[in-house]
Design a protein around this ligand. Structure first.
Ligand SMILES: O=C[C@H](O)COP(=O)(O)O
Length: 250
């Protein structure tokens, strides 16, 4: 399994700051070929970052998209707009989309189907809140989110990646332990094997939630952790680079 180490910059970095980052980061990773590296900047920086990443192995991602290709959807961005900029990945169902903007499983499913139609690889985010973990329903929540996100496309799960991001670990500095991560990742691996009838060998199960240069090695040494979706620590090219190099050591 080829690891994916992905940066989600969220609502950070202007165009100038994004370009400055990429110019610094490109030479740092030019000799790294063993893992996939993806960066998802803000929508306003996609075009400039796309030009910067031309002729590199670093993949471009978007942080969200709508499922319709054009029309009266004020404030939304379509898959054809992303394709035009060479976007290869799209993060869907991030907990900030679910909890701040009220995105439901049904909408996330439409977006997954649309991304697949347009040849953009979805990274579908799942994960429980602190309350759900304390109620002991973490695996039930993750199972529901996965079954609904991929409804109608189970045979194509291998064209997607999944990010397990416990909501209580996002941006809090309190990451899941390697045992907590492995338990859920193993559950997800078993579930997607069942749903895809054993066809899937290409879905990466990423961990996200306060990943940094100090905890990355421990987390990625777990059998079913196939990469990371990094928020805060990815905003600093040195820290993101260190996370990448730790993933080469396992
Ligand atoms: O998409 C990234 C995740 O939400 C993790 O964010 P974080 O690394 O700041 O906790």
């Amino acid at each position: 399994m080829r690891y994916l180490i992905a940066a989600n910059w969220k609502m950070n970095k202007t165009v100038a700051e994004s370009v400055e980052y990429i110019e610094k980061f490109k030479p740092m990773v030019e000799d790294i070929h063993q893992v996939d590296i993806m960066i998802a900047p803000s929508f306003t920086a996609l075009s400039s970052v796309s030009l910067e990443l031309n002729n590199t192995k670093i993949k471009l991602g978007a942080q969200n998209m709508y499922h319709v290709d054009r029309g009266a959807f004020t404030g939304e961005i379509s898959p054809i707009m992303l394709k035009e900029l060479n976007v290869e990945y799209v993060i869907l169902g991030h907990s900030e989309r679910r909890h701040i903007f009220g995105e439901k499983d049904e909408l996330i499913n439409k977006k997954v189907i649309s991304a697949l139609e347009y040849g953009i690889r979805p990274i579908v985010c799942v994960g429980e809140t602190l309350e759900e973990r304390e109620l002991g329903i973490t695996l039930n929540v993750v199972e529901r989110q996965i079954k609904m996100a991929f409804a109608g496309v189970y045979p194509d799960i291998g064209l997607c990646d999944i990010a397990y991001e416990p909501v209580w670990a996002i941006g809090t500095g309190k990451n899941a332990t390697k045992e907590q991560a492995q338990e859920v990742h193993h559950f997800i691996r078993t579930l997607i094997n069942e749903l895809s009838k054993g066809n899937d060998e290409t879905t990466r199960i990423l961990y996200g939630g306060s990943v940094n240069e100090n905890n990355a090695k421990d987390l990625i040494s777990q059998k079913n952790v196939d990469g990371f979706l990094v928020g805060t620590a990815s905003l600093d090219p040195e820290k993101f680079y260190k996370i990448i190099t730790h993933s080469l050591e396992v």
